[in-house]
Design a protein around this ligand. Structure first.
Ligand code: UN1
Length: 516
């Protein structure tokens, strides 16, 4: 495997030096040094935003079908490099290779969808209230967009922003997670290879503090017209406040505490399989990961017993092997997760685990795949007996823990499904259509699965959440077009005289007549 050396920001297609330089290591094998990362300062962010803004008119003037053609080429370049990109995802953030392939496929699917949108991007013709006058609507690019993404989906989620933004004629300053700069660099090179002019996408690799300062300066200077952010609810609030001060509407995709309800009539084996993947897939580091299993008391004991067995038997370890999950994405994620383990209370019962916290020689897991001491591997754990008062219920934990709560009546299940205030994804396991539709109606989540995992949304269905999970923006498919374009309306009067709207309209009969 080729070792990557110098990683960092790219402005107008040229690599630029940053400030601080840090070493990037693979979380599944900390001896594997991937490269050195030049971290940018706020000033680089500002320069990148200015450069992106300067490129915007030219890109917007490129016909939409031509921009769509470039997106099609991007999809083919990504497809031709699918395995290499997936290997890089596995190496850089420790996502199991099969999942990493799925992630790259999500990029390809997004390109396929939006490539042909370049030949649609429809506006409307609208009837006027007056004769000899025609109304129209047009989709206009928003302008220059800052896109700030997390590292758990280091190429799929960025593509959800970049691909439609570019298709619609916007330019982008992309700030990937600073712990996933290698895949970001590879993706930007794919974009350049697709013939998208240098300047249209600017890459800035920086830490949170410098990014926040750079973002503020770029908004202040008027270079940015939209901000897209995927990450924590706390940072999302700050970004929303900053955007609000500059009258910019952000697209926010924030945390989740995604409930999975198991009804008495559920196929329990299917529910266990769904809970296993939802809760522990990607080591619980998806925003769509299972946040709380809410199990009817009549099936609770059986569900818990089977779920425990499934977790005990799950393959955990080397992400290049067929495992349920590999390492934590980075040290920061491992530390954050371990803090939540401190919230396990005496009234809780843990299962599925042979230890708590980091898997090491002294704290081993039977059947671990590979050498646990090499990477950031955490024990999976089920925490039963969780109630609405517990920290483990109220907070996103972003790691391999599944809290389990019990309910009696359906209303109680709904209260638990919504009570934490997040509203991203949700699932119900039932064979009763009434339960499924009631759940859909009453759950506050933006996404609902029936007899399916909380994670694994498809690339052309609206993706996004409510409450602490976002600001109502939806990504993916045609819905994303509303985030990356603005409607412009036009009226054309060909009557040859001034016709005044709402005034020169045909008169109604003055005398009222109620005869049918
Ligand atoms: C995220 O974790 O930010 O539905 C996105 C899923 C993936 C996307 C997750 N397709 O789990």
């Amino acid at each position: 495997m080729a070792t990557l050396h110098e990683l960092g920001s790219r402005i107008n297609g040229e690599t630029v030096d940053g400030g601080e330089v840090v070493e990037l290591r693979s979380p599944g094998d900390l001896d594997d040094v991937i490269g050195r990362v030049n971290l940018a300062t706020a000033d680089t962010f500002l320069k990148a935003a200015a450069a992106a803004a300067a490129a915007q008119d030219g890109w917007a003037a490129t016909p939409a079908p031509v921009r769509g053609g470039a997106i099609g080429d991007l999809g083919r370049i990504v497809a031709n490099n699918k395995e290499a990109l997936a290997r890089l995802v596995t190496r850089e953030i420790g996502k199991p290779y099969a999942e990493a392939l799925g992630e790259v496929q999500e990029v390809i699917d997004t390109c396929v969808f939006f490539a042909s949108e370049g030949r649609r991007l429809y506006g409307q013709t609208v009837p006027s209230e007056m004769p000899d006058k025609q109304l129209f609507t047009f989709r206009e690019p928003v302008g220059t967009m800052a896109v700030i993404t997390a590292g758990n989906f280091p190429i799929a989620v960025p593509s959800w922003y970049l691909v439609p933004a570019l298709l619609a004629g916007n330019t982008v300053v992309w700030k990937p997670a600073e712990y996933a700069p290698a895949i970001a660099d590879a993706f930007v090179r794919c974009i350049e290879a697709a013939g998208i002019p240098a300047g249209v996408v600017q890459l800035v690799v920086a830490d949170g503090q410098e990014t926040a300062a750079g973002l503020e300066q770029a908004l202040e200077a008027g270079h940015l017209h939209k901000v897209g952010f995927t990450g924590s609810s706390a940072v999302g609030r700050d970004i929303a406040a900053l955007c609000g001060r500059h009258l910019v509407t952000p697209t926010l995709e924030l945390g989740g505490k995604n409930p999975l309800v198991v009804m008495p009539d559920a196929d329990l084996d299917l529910a266990v399989e769904g809970a296993l993947f939802s809760g522990f897939g990607t080591a619980g580091q998806r925003c769509t990961s299972l946040g709380v299993a809410i199990v009817h008391e009549s099936v609770h004991a059986t569900f818990l017993e089977r779920f425990t067995r499934a977790v005990e038997a799950a393959a955990v370890g080397d992400p290049y092997e067929p495992v349920l999950f590999g390492p934590m994405i980075s040290q920061r994620f491992a530390d954050g997760f371990e803090k939540w383990l401190g919230e396990i209370q005496p009234h809780h019962r843990t299962s599925g685990s042979q230890g708590l916290g980091r898997i090491t020689a002294d704290n081993p897991r039977d059947g671990f795949v590979g050498d646990a001491s090499k990477g950031l591997f955490e024990h999976p754990v089920i925490v039963d007996g969780v109630t609405a008062e517990d920290a483990l219920y109220r907070n996103e934990t972003f790691g391999p823990v599944v809290p389990v709560a019990t309910f009696d009546g359906f209303d109680e299940a709904i209260a638990l499904a919504n009570g934490h205030g997040y509203g991203l994804s949700s699932a119900i396991y039932t064979n009763d259509p009434t339960s499924a539709f009631r759940f859909r109606e009453q759950v506050s989540a933006g996404m609902v699965s029936v007899n399916n995992s909380t994670s694994g949304a498809e690339a052309h269905l609206p993706f996004g959440g409510n409450g602490k999970s976002g600001n109502g923006a939806r990504q993916s498919g045609i819905w994303m077009l509303d985030q990356v374009t603005r409607w412009q309306s036009m009226n054309w009067d060909f009557s040859g005289k001034l016709q005044k709207a709402q005034m020169d309209v045909a008169e109604m009969e003055a005398d009222l007549d109620f005869t049918l």
